[in-house]
Ligand binder design. Structure first.
Ligand code: ZN
Length: 184
């Protein structure tokens, strides 16, 4: 008896914001993209570093892209085609925003409202304190009601890695880097 194992791999086109890109072995790269349809996804892309790769210039952190994703057997994704539509300014502020999203969002959990906000901010090109608080609220982390985790004082910083709020004094005392914190 023979069985047919031929599978149609599902392909999707979606809009997304490229959050990070890590060069892997050979010429492969691992990307994190916050997408409209699937939330944050981890996707590999083959041969991004080869000069001939037309994907390479498009799949860069801070780019809003129209990307074609193919489901992989392990539940991950592969980016097979992409066109960048817009770029956020290449600044420390943008990098902070991208890292913030990597640390606070879950893989493969779509959130249309959050996507709308991300999309809007990518057009604006900057993320202010009020917008961070709105996003932290959207994520269910209580940005507008939070108090300092250490002393209960008024919040001045959010630490995306630890999902923790701090007041100005406790933040300064913690000797954390401004790069690891979001001013809110
Ligand atoms: Zn404090």
């Amino acid at each position: 008896m023979t069985e047919c194992y031929s599978q149609t791999r599902m392909e999707y086109m979606t809009l997304g914001l490229v959050l990070s890109r890590e060069e892997g072995k050979e010429a492969d790269s691992t990307l994190h993209i916050y997408t409209r349809e699937f939330g944050r996804v981890s996707a590999i892309s083959r041969s991004l570093r080869k000069i001939t790769s037309k994907l390479s210039g498009h799949l860069l952190p801070g780019r809003i892209v129209s990307v074609r994703l193919v489901e992989r057997n392990n539940g991950g994704w592969q980016a097979v085609d992409a066109v960048s539509l817009r770029r956020m300014p290449a600044s420390a502020e943008t990098l902070r925003f991208l890292n913030f999203l990597i640390n606070t969002t879950s893989l493969n959990q779509p959130d249309p409202e959050l996507w709308e906000k991300i999309h809007e901010l990518s057009i604006k090109g900057a993320v202010g304190k009020d917008e961070y608080i709105k996003i932290i609220d959207l994520l269910g982390l209580g940005g507008s009601i939070a108090r300092c985790a250490n002393c209960g004082g008024a919040v001045a910083y959010f630490m995306p890695k630890d999902i923790m709020f701090m007041c100005r004094q406790c933040f300064l005392r913690s000797l954390s880097s401004e790069d690891e914190a979001v001013n809110i």
